[in-house]
Design a protein around this ligand. Structure first.
Ligand code: B3K
Ligand code: ZN
Length: 892
């Protein structure tokens, strides 16, 4: 397959100043007339032919400066259009057709529930018309949409509506103009039977703005939260970054068939329904906060991505890492205000959990790549945890180094220099460096090196001189080959540290050679392979609190004793590290248990372990949300990843054993917590109320682990029946499913059936119904693969809808490791069938699923060999470039 390399970047041969698109929309045959003003790019190497990209198009004809091109002068081929001998500046008109209703890839123009939608990022625009489909070609767009009025009463595109009216034969039209230059991946159109929730707001500088959330009519009652989230996002970006909405109108449209979360098309964001629709009856607290985060994310792209965009797709993290960082900060502020550190830590903990579980795993496998990749076969495969989440950590490090104000100075300079341009990650780094008077040359390695850095820590206290020294050494350990080949030298690692005295309080810090103390948390800059930092005036041997607030995306190696971890869990003033201490303690114990389980030995867990967790659980000074996170054991996926050879069955046995032990030993505490955190009255999606529900439902989940889960079954049934919100109803159903592992399937079936009937007309809720069953615990008698195979035949199941496919197939293959990795290979056989089936329908979704086996080399040979065999079977059958790249890299 053709490999595209960052090093091969060349400026576009032509520039496009303006684009006028005319659409005659029809499901089977949409006609597109594309009128462009082009001129040669003075910065490009001259070539004689004009090469435009095109895919799945039928070419009708072309004209230059009003003169139709003869058949010999233009050649349409599989990948585009080639035109010989063109002038230096000219008008080019191209007519072509496409077939939206047959388009199951959901890239380009397609039909969903009878309405038209587009998705152009990364390379979907070439499936709509012939074009320079690359982000450094920026043009202004005028779009005219024509369609049957009764079938498609609403016609939307980017920018401002400038004209609309009636046409013959029951058709009508709308004309839209986007005043801002944009790359074609930000083009969008929507047409169909939709209704909108509308609000008018005034921006900080006093301009009126029209905001709309467009949905199908039956979903109008689920739009309020998205609208509120949009309004909060607009105000937040004004406040924090001085960035205003630049259009008079901003639209969000929901679509139920969508490959990912949402898309930031200029002025016309298109969203997966999952990240727009929310009301208490259908959406959980997690859904509410996801809607807020994704609405924020797409809105923030208006500046970081749209006004300043990427020169090429290798620079993807320029917009994605930065925009994820911005949405994380937004959610954090919404959760805790700018000042409540413990509330902010809840968001930070959730983000770091995802990073460590998913991105660290990616970095340890065959898909490992730098935040700014060097090459790709299919760009859609590089919308990854590394580009997004590690990229966000890289952006966060600038803020850790320079403070909020320094970061803001860097952002201001970035926009001052680059507004309206398509730029690179280097341009962003230079703006940060120049605005803060720093040389950040070494920092580039965060963009060019793959793999997860390790920082090992040694400490020494000298009572006589009252000096405490910390030696930090950085390395990449045993990196995957894909990562190793990118590594060239040490990183600049901002390493936040605190020292804690025997009384549990922070010690004021002064580094050797400094005149005065600088607070109790210090960001040390590690730049060498190994460096020693010495703190003076330390009156007693302290306990170090390392990498506070997770100040860099690294693994810290330090041999704390269990007692020290319990102490940190009880006392660290850094809430992130308090949580972290509990996770370290649990990870250590669970890995020891897993080793014993693998060897067939009996399992036991020390009382001091239970006692340490009991203290957090009952510490009323901590918020419920924080306690819930602290009591949640590391996930099976994360634990398996820490093993020399991943053994999902052993990890499952170990984690279940620990859960049962915590459930049994703390039964009365769990019952009391449950009673105390019932939230009476109307549902509110506030962080406080959500935290209460989370802790209460965690208590219910633990109670369901008991040998006799009668209490859990009673509470869960009552909660199921009386719930006034989806969080509680879904948690009750999950608890019943968990209890059925010991009490028999009968305890969950009535609620499961009732749930289906109640929400039959709510696809997003039916997705939850599938997902809950696919992720349920199994046993030798009760194989979840059998449940999953049965559900594949359910009338509500379809492979064509990505949300539905994800709710059943991905939930099983990626979120139920113990069952998916059954030693009989049943999970892998199922996975192979589904990858092949999806490959011909929707390559992007298929490629995501294909990734579930990429870490096969890290598993026990009994599993790894079967995983490899399944990958080979898939490799022999799949056709799409997307899936081929994944399976070939996995097998290489
Ligand atoms: N920029 C889009 C992602 C497009 C993915 C294309 N395969 C959504 C986002 O990150 O906001
Ligand atoms: Zn994004």
């Amino acid at each position: 397959p053709a490999v595209i390399r960052r090093a091969d970047y060349a400026a576009p041969a032509f520039l496009v100043d303006s684009v006028a698109l005319e659409f005659d929309l029809a499901p089977e045959r949409t006609v597109v007339k594309n009128t462009m003003r082009l001129r040669r790019n003075p910065d490009a190497t001259p070539g004689s032919r004009l090469e435009l990209m095109g895919e799945a198009l039928a070419f009708i004809g072309a004209a230059i400066d009003g003169k139709a091109l003869a058949a010999g002068a233009v050649r349409a081929h599989e990948h585009g259009l080639s035109i010989g001998d063109v002038p230096d500046a000219f008008e080019l008109v191209i007519e072509s057709t496409c077939n939206p209703v047959e388009n199951t890839t959901l890239s380009g123009l397609y039909v969903s529930s009878g309405n038209f939608f587009t998705q152009c990022e990364a390379e979907g625009f070439r499936r709509i018309t012939y074009f320079f489909d690359r982000p450094d070609v920026m043009a202004t767009y005028t779009v005219t949409l024509r369609a049957d009025k009764s079938a498609y009463p609403v016609l939307l595109s980017n920018g401002n509506l400038v004209e609309e009216g009636e046409l013959a034969d029951g058709r009508h039209f709308a004309k839209w103009e986007d005043p801002f230059k944009k790359p074609c991946y930000l083009f969008a159109l929507v047409a169909g039977k939709l209704v909108a929730l509308e609000e008018r707001i005034r921006s900080r500088s006093g301009k009126d703005k029209l905001l709309q959330v467009w949905v199908e009519p039956h979903d109008l009652d689920k739009t309020r939260h998205a609208m509120d989230s949009l309004i909060h996002s607009i105000h937040w970006d004004e406040e924090r970054f001085g960035l205003e909405l630049d259009l008079d109108r901003f639209m969000i449209v929901a679509v139920s068939d969508f490959n990912m979360g949402a898309m930031e098309n200029k002025g016309l964001n298109i969203f997966n329904t999952k990240y727009v629709l929310a009301n208490p009856e259908t959406a959980t607290d997690t859904d509410f906060s996801n809607v807020e985060a994704v609405v924020g994310h797409e809105y923030f792209h208006n500046w970081t991505g749209n006004r300043v965009t990427c020169r090429d797709w290798f620079q993807l993290s320029l917009k994605e890492g930065l925009t994820v960082f911005r949405d994380q900060e937004f959610s954090s502020d919404m959760q805790g205000g700018a000042t409540d550190e413990t509330a902010r830590a809840v968001k930070r903990i959730e983000d770091v959990r995802v990073l460590r579980q998913m991105q660290f795993a990616e970095d340890a496998g065959p898909m490992a790549h730098p935040v700014r990749p060097e090459s790709y076969v299919e760009i859609n495969n590089f919308y990854t945890m590394t580009v997004y989440e590690k990229g966000a950590e890289v952006v966060r490090m600038y803020q850790t180094l320079f403070g909020r104000e320094g970061f803001r100075r860097g952002m201001d300079l970035y926009f001052k220099r680059h507004d309206g341009q398509a730029v690179t990650c280097d341009d962003f780094r230079h703006a940060m460096a120049d605005a803060n008077g720093r040389d950040l040359a070494q920092f580039e390695r965060w963009y060019s090196q793959a793999g997860t850095p390790r920082v090992s820590v040694r400490t020494a206290y000298d009572a006589a001189t009252q000096r405490y020294s910390i030696t930090l050494a950085q390395s990449y350990g045993d990196a995957a080959p894909a990562a190793r080949e990118t590594q060239t030298g040490p990183l600049l690692i901002p390493f936040a540290i605190g020292l804690i005295g025997r009384d549990g309080k922070d010690i004021a810090l002064r580094l050797e050679g400094e005149r005065s103390e600088t607070g109790t948390t210090r960001v040390i800059e590690l730049t060498e392979p190994e460096q020693t930092f010495t703190f003076v005036d330390i009156k007693e041997a302290p306990l170090p609190s390392l990498l506070r607030n997770f100040s860099a995306p690294v693994i810290v190696e330090y041999d704390y004793t269990n007692d020290e971890l319990a102490f940190l869990l009880a006392h660290d003033s850094d809430p992130f590290n308090r949580w972290e201490a509990g996770q370290r303690l649990a990870t250590r114990e669970l890995l020891a248990l897993a080793a014993r389980a693998a060897a067939g030995e009996s399992l036991s867990l020390d009382d001091s372990f239970v006692a340490a967790f009991a203290r957090v659980l009952t510490d009323e000074s901590l918020s419920p949300a924080f306690r819930e996170l602290a009591m949640m054991l590391p996930s099976e996926a994360y634990l398996a990843e820490q093993m020399e050879q991943a053994d999902p069955a052993a990890v499952h046995a170990a984690r279940q054993f620990a859960r049962k032990r915590l459930a049994t030993a703390l039964k009365n505490e769990w019952l009391a917590i449950y009673e105390r955190h019932v939230t009476p009255g109307a549902y509110e999606p506030t962080p406080q109320a959500a935290g209460q529900r989370a802790l209460k439902n965690l208590a219910l989940a633990y109670l369901a682990e008991l040998d006799d889960p009668a209490d859990a079954v009673r509470l869960a049934n009552a909660q199921y029946d009386s719930a006034n919100n989806m969080t509680d109803r879904a948690a009750a159903l999950a608890a019943l499913l968990a209890a059925s592992a010991t009490a028999g399937a009968g305890v969950a079936e009535p609620a499961l059936d009732q749930f289906y009937r109640r929400f039959e007309k709510e696809p997003l809720v039916i997705d939850k119904w599938f997902a809950l069953q696919a992720t349920q615990r199994g046993s030798a008698k009760h194989r979840v693969i059998d449940v999953v195979r049965r559900l594949m035949a359910h009338p509500a199941f379809t492979l064509r809808n990505p949300n539905r496919a994800r709710s059943l197939i991905f939930s099983f293959c990626a979120a139920n490791p113990a069952q998916f990795h059954a030693v009989d290979g049943s999970g892998y056989a199922y996975w192979a069938e589904q990858v092949v089936a999806l490959d011909s329908l929707n390559p992007q979704v298929a490629a995501r699923l294909a990734r579930s086996l990429e870490l096969w080399r890290r598993y026990t040979p009994a599993l790894g060999d079967q995983m490899r065999a399944a990958l080979e079977r898939v490799a022999a059958q799949v056709k799409s470039r997307d899936v081929r790249e994944i399976v070939e890299k996995a097998l290489a």
